[in-house]
Design a protein around this ligand. Structure first.
Ligand code: HEM
Length: 390
């Protein structure tokens, strides 16, 4: 909990700090990578640094955390912390990184705000930083401890590389050594780390799309991001027989084991976590009411159509509704963007969203208008969660 001494200082300076985030963060990352270039090798995403999304996510989340401490004293923003801790552990972030980030972040704040950063202001923000860091470190220790092994990265061999809708590929992998494997849960992801042509290692998170509870197979599906770094490498240069490094499985989306109805609302490649949730419901022949809502630009893009349709067919109380931006003959779908008007959301439903941010914003507010409490709406963002920081 924030001390009485720091509270008025944070209240007074939060607008200034929040207003300078776009100036502070580039200075912070410049300092961080000048002192620790090794952090770009396999940990931070070079692409996210170039497009600035990660920069806004990290510093923005500290401002959002401070806002939460002021508005809800004595509580922590659990969902935000869980999301970050899962992302961190999937990248093997060590506790020893926190003092390093602190040093360069606070040097950047001092550089940007100059004399406005009095010792009193620095002390109050130091308190906020370590409240957040300690909460993350605690969660991260717990997540690391749940794994079947103490390794950050283990080697997996590609056993199949299958086309999965236009522009997407499903990779199937088997352990390439005898490290014990952690059983994943539906909706989780792994980080995949590869060495790019210029020698730099880069990691990305991909939702497990199938066989989540297997101890001998990992399956993920990735859409080609033409301007990206890792998906073009995976699609173009990683083939059957090749070895890549995978993290243990992480991710805070959790399918509860109640009888509550489930609504899975996804767009594009966002269907991957819901495909694994559906798969596991189908394996249990769950009697839960399941409403699968999926949107695509074009019918042929739908990455896991066969798997998802077959799971829906095997579930006694599941229904599927598709939206296509471009109508296709012979495909039963609404035309245009997903719209919950006219869709009866089952009472008490747990809603899981995955897709581009504008899609999730729109569906989340439509679901709330339809009477679903915000706490029953879960989402997975691919890439840095700038929504968190907003
Ligand atoms: C990702 C916050 C400390 C490395 C993130 C994200 C946030 C965040 C909000 C984005 C999560 C998402 O994808 O939605 C913080 C905060 C920290 C902290 C508030 C301290 C209190 C650290 C430390 C390291 C680190 C100590 C390593 C030295 C990373 C990396 C990513 C990340 C590598 C993913 C970056 C990417 O995709 O480019 N962090 N973080 N963070 N963080 Fe942290």
């Amino acid at each position: 909990m924030l001390s009485e001494k720091s509270r008025p200082v944070i209240e007074a300076t939060l607008p200034v700090i929040a207003g300078r985030i776009d100036e502070i963060t580039p200075k912070f990352y410049r300092r961080l990578f000048a002192a620790h270039p090794e952090l770009m090798d396999g940990m931070f995403s070079r692409a996210n640094q170039q497009n600035g999304t990660q920069q806004r996510a990290l510093a923005g989340s500290i401002a959002a955390f401070a806002t939460h401490l002021l508005a809800h004293p004595g509580t922590l923003p659990e969902a935000v912390l869980a999301r970050i801790a899962n992302k961190h552990t999937s990248l093997g972030i060590p506790e020893s990184g926190y003092p390093i980030v602190y040093e360069h972040l606070f040097a950047a704040i001092a550089e940007d705000l100059g004399e406005a950063v009095t010792p009193e202001v620095a002390d109050a923000w130091t308190e906020v930083y370590w409240l957040m860091a300690d909460a993350l470190i605690k969660l991260e220790k717990g997540l690391y401890a749940q794994q079947a092994n103490g390794e950050m990265w283990t080697k997996w061999r590609v056993t199949a590389k299958e086309a999965a809708g236009a522009g997407s590929v499903t990779f199937r992998l088997t352990p390439a050594d005898s490290t014990p494997v952690t059983r994943a849960t539906p909706g989780q992801y792994v980080s995949v780390r590869v060495r790019l042509a210029d020698g730099l290692r880069q990691a990305r998170q991909y939702s497990l799309s199938d066989s989540v509870d297997s101890l001998t197979e990992r399956v993920f599906t990735t859409k080609l991001d033409e301007g990206g770094e890792v998906s073009p490498f995976l699609h173009g240069s990683v083939n059957v027989g090749d070895v890549v490094e995978l993290s243990n499985p992480y991710g805070d989306i959790e399918l509860d084991d109640s009888d509550a109805p489930i609504v899975l609302a996804t767009a594009g490649i966002g269907c991957t976590p819901s495909a694994s949730i559906l798969q596991s419901l189908a394996q249990q022949v769950s009697g839960r009411r399941v409403l699968v809502l999926h949107a695509e630009q074009r019918a042929e893009n739908w990455a896991l159509e066969g798997q998802m349709r077959s799971a829906v067919d095997r579930l006694p109380n599941a229904e599927l509704q598709l939206w296509l931006e471009e109508a296709a003959t012979g495909v039963d779908a609404e035309t245009g963007f997903m719209d919950l008007n006219g869709i009866e959301l089952p009472a008490g439903a747990k809603v899981y969203l995955c897709g581009p941010l504008p899609f999730m914003r729109s569906i989340r507010s439509q679901a709330i208008s339809a009477g679903i409490p915000a706490t029953d709406i879960h989402y997975e963002v691919f890439g840095p969660d700038v929504w968190l920081a907003a």
